[in-house]
Structures are given as structure tokens and as C-alpha cells.
Design a binder for this molecule. Structure first.
Ligand code: MN
Length: 240
């Protein structure tokens, strides 16, 4: 159940990306008869680097996407290439059995998947829409109110010690907030709480330090203004 939901969410956000999708592809080289694993690819941002200002500044976006995310992609490709048995395996399949794989795949596969989702969860101020009636009803049912949900989500994001992520997931038909360390995510078999992500915020310092320094709470306040509720609504609908 969870795996089906996760796959569905991943497919939907990879289809939004301008660049290559998350799916790993294999290219057969007729000359040698060997199969070379094509790279997982860095998806293009679905907006300009400066489009989220003033909430998230252009330089942070450029470094975050072009260097941090790219490094996760490069390191993931290297880790996958080191084991021929992993050629052509989807990122979701890797994450679902990541406890059996090298730590490099946990860190960089998680980093790639998390950031690919994160970019689609952001939109310029005024362009992200609002929570749908269905999502609002579910938030009210499971958290009491939208405000109470935001307070609880901020709490999870601010109290995640060190680097990590806060998540809104669908688990067993209900919304639930969770957080993960480093680049772990709720698709991983070793996650404390597994489910289908519908909203996520990156609370690594690299996501906000240039503009907000140590003030994670201020970053979160600004981040809410650029949430792409249209994506959240769609992921929620697909997780039902
Ligand atoms: Mn990040």
C-alpha cells in the first residue's frame, strides 16, 4: 500500500520536471553487449532561481540545486554504478530496501529523491494556490485546524536536531507529521514512520543559512509563503 502510494507520488513529480525524470534508464551498447547505466539526472528547477524571492534568495537556490542536489545525483550514480545488480533499479525501489544497501545510497538516493520533490513543492508567492477542500477537510479532521497543523509542522521542523526534513505524509488513510534525519525519508524501509509524502521542508542549514543564518524559524515563516499547494493537493489526491 505504502509503496504504491510512494511510487504514484514520485511519478507525478518527476513528470513535472523539465529535465530527465527520476527513473533510471539503461542504454544498451551493441558493440560490447554490455549495459551501461545511464545517470540519474538532476531535474531542472520548475522556475527561475530568483522566482522565490524574497522568501528564498536566488543564491541559495542556485547553490542548493546546482551544487548540493547535483552532488547527491553524482554520488548516487557512482554508488549504483559500483554494483551491477543495481543497474536500472528505480529510486523508489532502492529507497524501499535501503537498509540492505550501502550508506552512500541511503544518503545520496534520499538526497536526490527529497530534493526532486522539494522543488515541486515550491512556487512564487501568489502562484502556489491554496489547500483544496479535500485537503483542508483532512487537515481539520486529523489536526483540528489548518493553523494547528501549521504549528505542529513547524514544531517538527524546528525540533529536528541538526540536518533533516519535516514531512506531511498519508499513512493508513490519515495525515501524519513526521521528521527524518539527514536525507532519510518516509519511503525508506528503515524510516521510523513510513507513508506517502505530500509536503516536505528541508531544514538543512544549506537550505537557509545564506539569508537566515541560524534562524530556522524565520526561514520556516517565509517558506510557508512559497508552498505550492497545487502540488500538495495533487499528491494528497493521489495518495487516497
Ligand atoms: Mn537540501
Amino acid at each position: 500500500m505504502i509503496r504504491t502510494l510512494a511510487l504514484s507520488a514520485a511519478l507525478s513529480f518527476s513528470s513535472l520536471a523539465v529535465g530527465p525524470a527520476l527513473a533510471q534508464s539503461s542504454v544498451t551498447q551493441p558493440s560490447s553487449g554490455q549495459t551501461a547505466t545511464a545517470a540519474f539526472a538532476l531535474p531542472a528547477l520548475p522556475y527561475a532561481a530568483e522566482a522565490l524571492e524574497p522568501a528564498i534568495d536566488a543564491e541559495t537556490m542556485r547553490v542548493h540545486h546546482g551544487r548540493h542536489h547535483k552532488t547527491y545525483v553524482d554520488n548516487l550514480n557512482a554508488a549504483v554504478a559500483a554494483d551491477p545488480a543495481l543497474a536500472g533499479v528505480s529510486i523508489e525501489d532502492l529507497l524501499g530496501r535501503v537498509s540492505t544497501l550501502p550508506t552512500a545510497i541511503r544518503n545520496n538516493g534520499g538526497g536526490h529523491w527529497n530534493h526532486s520533490l522539494f522543488w515541486t513543492l515550491l512556487a512564487p508567492v501568489g502562484q502556489g494556490g491554496e489547500p483544496s477542500a479535500e485537503l483542508t477537510a483532512a487537515i481539520t479532521r486529523d489536526f483540528g485546524s489548518v493553523d494547528a497543523f501549521k504549528t505542529a509542522f513547524n514544531q517538527a521542523a524546528t525540533t529536528r536536531f541538526g540536518s533533516g526534513w519535516a514531512w506531511l505524509i498519508v499513512k493508513d488513510g490519515k495525515l501524519q507529521i513526521t521528521s527524518t534525519a539527514n536525507q532519510d525519508n518516509p519511503l525508506m524501509d528503515l524510516a521510523e514512520v513510513r507513508g506517502a509524502p505530500v509536503l516536505a521542508v528541508d531544514v538543512w542549514e544549506h537550505a537557509y543559512y545564506l539569508k537566515y543564518q541560524n534562524k530556522r524559524a524565520d526561514y520556516l515563516t517565509a517558506w510557508w509563503t512559497v508552498v505550492n499547494w497545487n502540488t500538495v493537493n495533487r499528491l494528497y489526491a493521489e495518495a487516497q
